[in-house]
Write a new protein. Structure first.
Ligand SMILES: [Cu+2]
Length: 151
């Protein structure tokens, strides 16, 4: 009994520390992905360099299928980190043209190697304005930030 209480207390504590972030993700993502008309998919590109995203502002529409190409044109690796944005979309997959694809209900960040790219297939689900940044030390401070709006 004490063991069970201990485990439950630890879970509550961990939940408090990490904020139980997983509860906020789009719960019917799989249904939204299935229901979308992917022949109407819009392709949008974002370039990463030292030290910027370009463009650094995006507007996506709820319910529309998108492919976001994240292209690292720089000489060092960069991140596409946007926790709140990832919680606001239904993710279909992330694809690499050379290495395969990953299907997962959600992501928090994508790392792109220099000279390479990743493609995020998704459907915006929740309206809002979301922060984008590169979480490699010093990059955001040097200007590697952006904004993603879902309307
Ligand atoms: Cu960076």
């Amino acid at each position: 009994m004490n063991l069970i209480r201990g485990v439950m207390a630890s879970m509550v504590m961990v939940c408090g520390l990490i904020g139980c972030a997983y509860v906020d993700y789009v719960k019917d993502a799989a249904q939204r992905v299935k229901a979308a008309d992917w022949s109407k998919m819009e392709t949008v590109s974002i370039n990463q360099t030292e030290f910027a995203f370009s463009p650094n502002e995006f507007v996506f529409r709820v319910g529309m299928p998108y492919k976001l190409e994240i292209i690292n044109k720089g000489t060092t690796k960069h991140y596409f980190t946007a926790e709140e944005f990832f919680k606001a979309i239904a993710t279909r997959k992330v694809q690499s043209n050379t290495d395969g694809e990953i299907k997962a209900p959600y992501f928090t960040a994508l790392e792109v190697f220099p000279g390479r790219s990743l493609e995020l297939y998704f459907i915006p689900a929740k309206k809002g304005s979301y922060n984008l940044r590169c979480t490699i030390e010093g990059h955001a401070e040097k200007g590697m930030v952006g904004r993603i709006v879902i309307e």
